[in-house]
Design a protein around this ligand. Structure first.
Ligand code: FES
Length: 575
């Protein structure tokens, strides 16, 4: 059963005809495929499975179900292993390679006889990089999120992957938990296949991708070991063939309204701040004008309805049981763009009927939210002229307006060396500043903005302080953290000019972050500014290319020459 499309397939430019090159292409690909294989849509399965990305290691099983769906609908499945980025292991940070992974996937899709693609991702950077690639190559594409792991428990208490690493390590530092107990909790945290089970970046990006319209509605958040994930994978394979027939490419159905829906979803689920840089980068690939301010404008009045760690109590398995994203979106349906379409060809809102909340403790009703206003606040001021973020839901309410003395660290190494020094001049009102952690400065913008509380304050019972950084924060972390400060210190941002003892003002209601220094005082300090903390700059390779071309966080931290789309035009023949 071939596609009903009357449009010639892109892959026909490799396979049609009887001349030498078509022969060559077909002969190499005739490995037990059906006789009419080359008249059918060729569907890639861009698979980020890897033993070094444990969150995605089950995706080859998912790919097998996708393949069945593709065959069933008349397509030819072609597994395409792509760059896989595993958050737990990659040094210096997986974010350094998000753009590289996106570029490699984009180029491999374009260079091969591919008509459509099913994107298999899970761990934090994998779905963003796949979507950036799909935006730039603009082939019909559907995402199958790999799904979260099952709930972990330790001594009868739920253990949230990621979040509890921060909490338990703070307890060890505070002397309220033994090292043996800490190690014992390790094997209780990761109980099954799948990505982090908190509302961290992986869960957030899967759900936000569904709200954006690139996942079959109702699929994101299905736990990795759940048989319904394989059912969804099968359906996604079938859908990819249908999308080729309909020529349903990202540029034909993703709009500013799709991103508005993603932002509303991000706020309602209390999702990770990392979604901001990823959505900005994906929009950039599609030529959709999305700004930092759109996140504040569209998201900050949206109530947080999901009571998940790190801001709340439950985990993703509970979220799925309680009704999942469709139940959440059903509560804020009036805030969604009714025209924004999905991979199915129908609007997102059409998929929200019959989506009950089964457990109102986990997914709250609109009238009883976890927080009346969620989202991500965008701050500006003389410390962040191009913007900085704070997630009020993860912050301490009494610190959202705060004035305190800066304690400045020039790098993560400087922080580690001095933070727990009993002589460190710090008190609970101090504002901890960490710089040199932006896209250029680290390089790669690592998740270090949730600076640990100095040990001597931890021992006094302090559990949160105002912290400011030009880096990112893990979606599984929490605290009153001002992050993604743009421009970063290494790019000449004023964060490079702050000195220990300066007074910093945070006012989230007014959306301000300032240091109490005049423009003249800041200008006087510029010649002696700390920007690279004395680290050797890479001379070659990806890091060199990255530093020379990476943009700042307020525009998505993509490489400047990767913004936009090159489409799927077939390249020249070399044989
Ligand atoms: Fe992969 Fe958390 S480490 S999602």
């Amino acid at each position: 059963m071939a596609t009903e499309s009357t449009r010639p397939l892109r892959s026909a430019q490799w396979y049609r005809g009887n001349e030498r090159n078509s022969y060559l292409h077909r002969a190499w690909m005739r490995r037990g495929t059906p006789g009419d294989a080359f008249d059918r849509p060729q569907i890639a399965i861009a698979n980020t499975a890897s033993d070094l990305t444990p969150c995605n290691s089950h995706l080859s099983e998912v790919a097998a179900s996708v393949k069945n769906g593709i065959y069933e609908a008349g397509g030819i499945p072609l597994e395409l292993p792509v760059v896989s980025l595993g958050e737990p292991l990659l040094r210096p940070t997986a974010m350094l390679w998000r753009n590289m992974a996106a570029m490699a996937t984009e180029e491999m899709l374009r260079a091969n006889p591919i008509d459509g693609v099913v994107l298999l991702g899970g761990c934090d950077k994998t779905i963003p990089s796949l979507l950036m690639a799909a935006g730039s190559v603009d082939l019909p594409a559907v995402v199958v999120p790999g799904g979260p792991m099952l709930n972990g428990t330790f001594r009868g208490e739920p253990l949230g992957c990621g979040t509890h690493v921060w909490r338990l390590s703070e307890e060890v530092r505070a002397g309220t938990m033994s090292q043996d107990d800490f190690v014992a909790s390790e094997s209780a945290m990761i109980r099954s296949r799948g990505h982090c089970n908190t509302m961290g970046t992986a869960s957030t990006m899967a759900l936000v991708a569904e709200a954006l319209g690139v996942v079959i509605p109702g699929v994101a958040g299905t736990p990795a070991p759940d048989s319904r994930l394989l059912q969804a994978a099968h359906a996604s394979g079938r859908l990819a063939v249908e999308m080729v027939a309909a020529d349903r490419r990202p540029s034909t159905f993703l709009t500013k309204g799709s991103f508005a829906n993603a932002i509303v979803a991000l706020a309602a689920i209390g999702g990770s701040t990392n979604a901001v840089v990823h959505l900005l980068a994906i929009a950039g690939r599609l030529g959709i004008e999305l700004t930092l301010d759109d996140f504040d404008r569209l998201g900050s009045e949206v109530p947080v309805l999901v009571d998940l760690l790190p801001a709340g109590r439950f985990l993703m398995e509970d979220f799925h049981r309680a009704g999942g994203l469709r139940a959440v979106l059903g509560e804020v349906r009036d805030l969604l763009d009714p025209d924004a379409l999905t991979v199915t060809g129908t609007p997102l809102v059409d998929h929200l009927d019959d989506a009950p909340i089964w457990d109102p403790e986990v997914i709250r009703l609109r009238r009883t939210p976890l927080l009346a206003h969620g989202g991500i606040a965008v701050l500006r001021g003389n410390l962040a002229p191009d913007g900085a973020l704070i997630k009020p839901a993860a912050a301490s309410p009494d610190l959202l307006r705060h004035r305190g003395r800066a304690v400045v660290f020039d790098s993560i190494e400087d922080l580690r060396a001095r933070l727990d020094d009993p002589e460190l001049d710090v008190d609970p009102d101090s504002v901890l500043v960490l710089r040199g952690c932006g896209p250029q400065g680290y390089p790669g913008m690592p998740e270090v903005a949730n600076i640990p509380i100095p040990k001597k304050l931890l021992e006094q019972g302090v559990r949160d302080m105002v912290r400011i950084c030009d880096g990112r924060m893990s979606g599984t972390a929490y605290g009153t953290v001002v992050l993604h400060v743009s421009p970063e210190a290494a790019a000449g941002g004023p964060l490079a000019l702050v000195r220990t003892g300066d007074v910093i003002n945070l006012d989230v209601t007014a959306r301000r972050i300032d240091v109490e220094l005049s423009d003249e005082q800041l200008a006087e300090r510029r010649p002696s500014a700390t920007t690279t903390a004395g680290f050797a700059q890479p001379k070659r390779g990806w890091e060199r290319l990255y530093i020379d071309h990476v943009m700042q966080a307020d525009t998505g931290a993509d490489l400047d020459f990767l913004v936009g789309s090159s489409g799927s035009e077939v390249g020249r023949e070399s044989h």
